[in-house]
Structures are given as structure tokens and as C-alpha cells.
Design a protein around this ligand. Structure first.
Ligand code: 0L1
Ligand code: MG
Length: 256
């Protein structure tokens, strides 16, 4: 059985070299969700010690469709570093990723600290604004094949992200019904409704706060939360351009 530090080292090499590895549960079927979160937390600490900045968090596997796809029955969380953020005007570099995929998400930006087991009303009171974002996923595992502990250790396949520039500050409770479109090279490839995310992406923020409370970690003002894919994710290649649209903004990014 590999130690948590060894698992992290292999994941870091896979990410930095953009070379896939076999999922750890193939040879270590006893790897637990708790151990996997320890690997993830160790990865975050290592990044922060190396000078990276925590931007916020992401929730993954938040739609029933996605849970069925990867054969799990729970949502999971990961961390987002400022260094993962891409400027939509600069675009993303395909060669940095193994098999990247994009998914549109509602991004909540916190205005107040929140911790523990808040009600939905308390979560709403702590949010500053919401905008659209594109998460660029990249599993470090061959053929995107993994079990739940593998993907948790791999920081929930976090690769990069792009955040919209139009903050929405009103009617958060009704945002779950606002349609989101995803286009690739101008062609509509996915449509979805934010309610696909745990019935309401605000629930995703609430679940995240509860998960963080297990490590006595609060959500802080200014932190952003990618709440989970509103649609299925789509693969992309160099030369593609991706655009997601919702009633308040169109967010585009090119792939070099
Ligand atoms: O953000 C996500 O929902 C990703 C979770 C991990 C599964 C995947 O890589 O698609
Ligand atoms: Mg996601």
C-alpha cells in the first residue's frame, strides 16, 4: 500500500508532465475516502507552502447524471488555486493537460465568512455575488477511469478555470432555473439548467461548508466556489474555442 505522500507525489508528476497514471484503487482497493481527502489536503498544504494562493473550492459530481456516469452516489469537493485561473483573452494551452474537458458552472463568490452547518438562508446571507464560469477538468488517470477515492485524491480532476466578468447580485433563489448553453466552435453542444446541481447550486455551497467544517475550515470573504457542472462536460483540443452563455453573460475562451 502506498503512503499518502507517495500517492500525492505520483499525482503531482502526472499533472506536471501531463502523463496519465493508473488509478490507485486498481492495486490498492482498500484506499478509503478519508485517506483520499488526506492526500488532497496534503496537496493543498504543499501548494500553499510553495507560495500558491487558495482562490476557493469546487464541488464535483453534483448532478445525478454525472454520479451515474462514474458510478458513485455522493458529491465531492476539491480546492482551487489562483494559479489555476485562466484569463479568457489569453486562453488555455492544450499541451498542459492530459485529456481536458470543459463544463459550465455557477460560481458563487463569498461576501462573509461562513462555517459549520449553515441553513440555506445563512448561506444566501454569506454570498456576495454569482457569475458564470467554465471549469476545465483534467483527470490524471488513464481514460478518465477511477473510483471515488482516486478522484478525491486527484483534487476532483481540477485542471483550470475561467470566471465570468458579470456579477449577479439579485434573485439567487431563482438562478437555479436560468438556462445555460455550451458551444464549441460556435456549435451548440450542451444545454442545462442549474437545478441539475443538487436541485439548487446554493445546496452545493451548503454541502461544501459542511464538508469543510470536518476540517474546521471556514469559507472566507472573496473565496469563489465552483458549484458543479450544469451540463455534461465536453472534450476540447487545440484550436477549439468554447463559449458558455446564460441570461447575464457570454463567456468565451480559446484553446491554443
Ligand atoms: O467537477 C466535477 O464534477 C469533476 C468531478 C470528477 C469527475 C470527472 O472528472 O468528471
Ligand atoms: Mg466541475
Amino acid at each position: 500500500m502506498l503512503s499518502e505522500k507517495e500517492i500525492l507525489e505520483r499525482l503531482c508528476v502526472a499533472r506536471e508532465s501531463a502523463s496519465p497514471i493508473t488509478a490507485f484503487t486498481v492495486d490498492n482497493p482498500d484506499l478509503s475516502v478519508e485517506q483520499a481527502y488526506r492526500v488532497q489536503r496534503l496537496g493543498l498544504q504543499q501548494a500553499l507552502d510553495g507560495g500558491a494562493t487558495l482562490a476557493g473550492y469546487k464541488m464535483g459530481l453534483t448532478s445525478r447524471a454525472k454520479q451515474v456516469d462514474v458510478n458513485v452516489d455522493q458529491a465531492i469537493c476539491g480546492y482551487l488555486l489562483k494559479e489555476f485561473e485562466k484569463d479568457p483573452f489569453e486562453g488555455v494551452e492544450r499541451r498542459r493537460y492530459i485529456h481536458p474537458r470543459a463544463e459550465p458552472e455557477l460560481v458563487f463568490v463569498m461576501g462573509k465568512r461562513v462555517m459549520g452547518r449553515p441553513s440555506l438562508r445563512e448561506v444566501v446571507a454569506a454570498v456576495d455575488y454569482v457569475c458564470i464560469g467554465l471549469e476545465l477538468l483534467d483527470s490524471r488517470y488513464e481514460k478518465f477511469q477511477f473510483k471515488l477515492p482516486d478522484v478525491i485524491a486527484d483534487n476532483t480532476s481540477a485542471g483550470a478555470y475561467v470566471v465570468g466578468r458579470t456579477p449577479v447580485k439579485a434573485d439567487w433563489e431563482s438562478l437555479r432555473l436560468k438556462g445555460v448553453l455550451l458551444r464549441k466552435n460556435g456549435k451548440l453542444v450542451q444545454t442545462g439548467c442549474p437545478a441539475a446541481v443538487l436541485g439548487d447550486p446554493l445546496q452545493s455551497v451548503r454541502q461544501l461548508v459542511c464538508q469543510l467544517a470536518e476540517w474546521e475550515v471556514p469559507l472566507e470573504p472573496g473565496q469563489l466556489i465552483f458549484t458543479g457542472g450544469v451540463t455534461a462536460s465536453v472534450p476540447f483540443e487545440s484550436g477549439d474555442w468554447l463559449e458558455c452563455e446564460w441570461p447575464y453573460e457570454k463567456l468565451s475562451v480559446g484553446v491554443r
